[in-house]
Design a protein around this ligand. Structure first.
Ligand SMILES: [Zn+2]
Ligand SMILES: [Zn+2]
Length: 156
């Protein structure tokens, strides 16, 4: 009678591990390579869990000290992302196409004027100043005009 040999394969990559040394990997049902990778991954996960705060603090410090590099990496990451077709955005009040904001410039000002008392106060001061300036300009023009009309051409 022939003895049937049971074929063992790695649970991850399906390598034949029948003849593999009976070590940690084989007992876990993995080939030597997958077993080592699995143990390393477990080790790093545990290491990360135990030192999470220290690692995060170190990363944050590095980011603070290497702002330009961080920005560069972010640009690279963004440029690698497939670009989503940009959906047009519209002002929530009047429907004008806007870039990012909720409202177009005009509606933003109008809305702020109605909801922000401090802004309204400042705008009123600016408007008053502007009107004052216009009045002064008008008066000046009038003076110049009348000066010109009353001045007689000098006879040669
Ligand atoms: Zn394997
Ligand atoms: Zn608008």
């Amino acid at each position: 009678m022939e003895a049937t040999v049971q074929v063992l394969t790695c649970a991850r990559c399906e390598t034949d591990i029948t003849g593999q040394r009976d070590g940690k990997s084989k007992r876990a049902g993995l080939c030597a390579r997958c077993g080592r990778a699995e143990r390393l991954s477990t080790y790093f996960k545990r290491y990360y869990q135990r030192n999470k705060e220290k690692i995060l603090e170190k990363n944050r410090r590095w980011a603070r000290e290497n702002k330009e590099r961080v920005a560069e990496l972010r640009r690279i990451r963004l440029s690698k992302q497939p670009k989503k077709p940009k959906e047009p955005k519209f002002c929530i009040d009047c429907g004008t196409v806007v870039q990012r904001a909720l409202r177009c410039r005009k509606c933003y000002v109008r809305n702020k004027y109605h909801t922000d008392a401090e802004y309204r106060r400042k705008r009123l001061i600016t408007t008053k100043r502007w009107a004052q300036k216009k009045r002064e300009e008008a008066r000046l023009h009038k003076m110049i005009d009348s000066a010109e009309t009353t001045a007689q051409p000098v006879a040669r």
